[in-house]
Design a protein around this ligand. Structure first.
Ligand code: ZN
Length: 356
């Protein structure tokens, strides 16, 4: 298995495009188009404002100047043909942006873009009797709020996956390994993660945008993350944990009954915490303990996947259940096994993993 480390950064995406129709057929509805656009700009945060285009004109206009210049821009663009190619030619590679077209009357060259993501994903807003798309796409008269929602298209989720890759450590602990991918909700910032795979460079990352579009994210190779430090167990914890390793149970200092290892809390709700260091270290993910030194040590592993052997990883679900995943070299995938995760699961030497 090859261990690799990558960083991804969620940069702000390109601004959406709001395309306004100023052709002959839309002249009569211009006051509506204008007030709708003003309403949308009032609704959206300024850093989410769209670029404004006029049908037939490849030049983007600055939304910040719309209110002051709308009628002047309208006069300068009125009577341009109902063609969208000049704009789609400019936006052609920006296939993950939100596009909204507002107008009335047929866009003549739209069939040329049939099947292209810009046309297929565009939102068609019609104010008037004449179809924009000749029935190819659905059209509606959207309200200001609906339009603002369609133009606002932030990243809502990040997914990191590879057919044969298993994440083993990452620095944003709200991320989880789920359904074969490292998944988390993130709208800005960066994520650094390590993966195991039999071959290098099999991992890809995507941002899933609120309108469902998936944006590919660049991965930069980076140094391994520094793992958390080992910390001392208290001598009481140390004694009880060694008892567990020998006997699979410990004598509870609160109720004087035996509790099996894995049951790290006394069932008596009034009992104080017995394993305070474990509680702190194992809030999420796993806790490692090392009983090699005279005074035992604990180390948090705050990720839901923990490497146990070259081809074996323990995955903790949100509910605390642990499944061991082993790499299947025939199928080239990580598959769940029926092997149990022991309450104090041996990792290496005198290091055991447990779930708190
Ligand atoms: Zn007890």
């Amino acid at each position: 298995m090859i261990e690799q480390w990558h960083t991804l950064t969620l940069a702000a995406g390109s601004r959406p495009a709001l395309i306004l129709d100023t052709s002959e057929s839309a002249k009569a509805v211009w006051p509506m188009i204008k007030s709708l656009t003003e309403g949308v700009l009032e609704t959206l945060r300024q850093d989410c404002w769209p670029r404004i285009f006029f049908l037939g004109n490849p030049q983007p206009f600055d939304a910040a100047a719309f209110v002051a210049n709308a009628d002047q821009w309208f006069r300068a663009n009125v009577g341009r043909g109902s063609v969208i190619s000049p704009i789609f030619d400019v936006l052609e590679t920006e296939t993950d942006i939100a596009v909204v077209v507002v107008g009335n009357g047929l866009i003549f060259d739209l069939p040329d873009w049939h099947g292209h993501p810009l046309a297929e994903r565009a939102v068609w807003c019609r104010y008037g009797p004449s179809s924009l798309t000749s029935g190819t796409y659905s059209e509606a008269s959207y309200s200001v709020e609906q339009m603002a929602e369609k133009l606002h298209n932030p990243a809502v989720r990040i997914e990191v996956r590879g057919p044969s890759a298993m994440p083993v450590y990452w620095d944003d602990h709200s991320f989880r390994y789920e359904g074969g991918a490292l998944v988390g909700e993130k709208t800005s910032g960066a994520l650094t993660f390590g993966t195991l795979a039999p071959e290098p460079d099999t991992v890809t990352a995507h941002a899933v945008l609120s309108n469902g579009i998936r944006r590919n994210l660049e991965l930069i190779a980076t140094e391994p993350l520094r793992l958390p430090d080992w910390r001392n167990l208290t001598s009481k914890e140390d004694t009880l944990l060694r008892q567990c390793l020998r006997q699979g149970k410990y004598c509870c200092p609160h109720c004087s009954q035996d509790h099996p290892s894995g049951q790290w809390k006394c069932p008596d709700p009034a009992a104080p915490a017995i394993f305070r260091t474990l509680d702190e270290a194992g809030q999420s993910g796993f806790c490692l303990i090392n009983t090699e030194p005279w005074q035992g040590l604990a180390r948090p592993h705050p990720c839901s996947a923990l490497q146990l052997a070259d081809d074996l990883v323990a995955v903790r679900s949100a509910s605390g259940q642990v499944v061991l995943m082993r790499f299947d070299s025939k199928g080239g995938r990580w598959l769940p096994t029926s092997e149990p995760f022991a309450p104090m699961h041996l990792v290496v030497n005198k290091i055991h993993a447990l779930v708190v």
